[in-house]
Design a binder for this molecule. Structure first.
Ligand SMILES: Cc1ncc(COP(=O)(O)O)c(C=O)c1O
Length: 355
């Protein structure tokens, strides 16, 4: 089965086989070697300086990392602004509510780019310490211009907390931007690992002011113990094996620039092929990620029919979220897939669109 949902992704044989590595106790030196290789490898994805940045690994899905970042990095006196333009921005607001973190919301249409003018005005009113935003809003496939976002943040001395769950490893992220405090992400999207491991890449200066609002997801404690070749809990050891192999493969395949180029080519192949069938993308290419695109459902096909027809041919696509489920479907081109898979996908589409 070829997975075209936005994670978990189709694994390479090499990553799948790595799950069969020997059983390993997480209190043994071999586990801490593995943990260290992963933490260094994650910083290596964007070539980050370990003096300035730290990778904190955790067992849990992408939401665990986002929750850990938001519940740990803002100090008690913090005041967050949450930028919402889809499901995952809304989730960050729910996390703020859950931990009673002082926050306000700047909500925009799910179908429009965040309004940077409105954002600057809101920040200029003062009092905000952090902005929480989603880099790639997987709800619609929209890529937010984080360079512009961090410029606005830097102008108002506000720190940016970024949900990079569906962009880290493929899309450009300029960690040199002084406004950027942390990025939360996961193993099983653009890095092509297995679900169950996630991580926060935090600026060390931001981590030094972290507070402890949560027990399991306490970022500062996890960072401290991991620095001491330790771990607070039992990690998903075999998932970590998968991430190690995925990171090795990622670098051998040319790193971030190569992954971006590969996704861009596959996403364009899908877009152009579907356009020939008069199935149009929701967003223009300039506003879209290379990771996932949303498409208008053809009038003559219900989503369930499309999904089931494609699944019978070996492809899993993804529904729209919320109200968009009736009008959209989504296709991600992450994972160990290639141009030939996309060609066969388009043949299936052609057949289903005819029947
Ligand atoms: C942008 C974004 N944030 C957060 C999440 C949540 O990740 P998970 O389902 O791994 O918890 C997702 C999942 O698709 C996502 O795309």
């Amino acid at each position: 089965m070829i997975l075209l949902n936005p994670g978990p992704v189709t694994l390479s044989e090499r990553v799948r086989r790595s799950l069969l590595n020997p059983d390993l106790c997480h209190r043994e030196a071999e586990f801490f070697d593995l943990q260290e290789e992963l933490r260094a490898g994650l910083l290596g994805v964007y070539g980050l300086d370990p003096q300035q940045w730290i990778a904190v690994l955790m067992t849990g899905s992408g939401t665990a990392a986002v929750e850990s970042m938001i519940a740990s990095l803002p100090p008690q006196t913090a005041h967050l602004l949450v930028l919402e333009n889809g499901v995952y921005g809304e989730r960050m607001t729910r996390i703020c509510e859950q931990y009673r973190i002082a926050h306000e919301v700047l909500a925009g249409s799910w179908l429009a780019a965040p309004d940077l003018g409105a954002l600057a005005q809101r920040l200029a009113r003062g009092g905000f310490t952090h902005l929480a935003a989603v880099h790639h809003e997987t709800t619609t496939g929209r890529l937010t211009d984080i360079a512009a976002l961090s410029r606005v943040c830097a102008a108002h001395s506000v720190q940016l907390l970024l949900d990079g769950v569906s962009s880290f490893g493929a899309e450009p992220i300029d960690f040199a931007d002084t406004g950027l405090a942390a990025v939360a992400a996961t193993a099983n999207k653009c890095l092509h690992g297995v679900p169950g491991a996630s991580f926060v890449i935090a600026r060390r200066s931001a981590l030094s002011r972290a507070v402890s609002r949560t027990y399991y997801l306490d970022l500062a404690r996890q960072a401290r113990l991991q620095d001491e070749r330790n771990t607070p809990f039992t990690p998903a050891v075999h998932v970590y094996y998968g991430l190690r192999e995925a990171l090795r493969e990622y670098q051998e395949q040319g790193g971030r620039a190569a992954r971006f180029a590969r996704y861009a080519a596959l996403a364009e192949q899908v877009r152009a092929g579907l356009a020939q069938l008069h199935i149009e993308a929701l967003l223009p290419v300039r506003d879209s990620s290379v990771v996932l695109r949303a498409y208008h459902l053809p009038r003559e096909l219900r989503y369930a029919e499309l999904h089931d027809g494609l699944k019978a041919d070996g492809f899993v696509i993804y529904a729209g979220q919320g109200d968009l489920s009736r009008t959209l479907f989504r296709i991600s081109t992450m994972g160990a897939i290639g141009a030939d898979d996309v060609r066969r996908l388009l043949e299936s589409f052609r057949r289903l669109a005819r029947t």
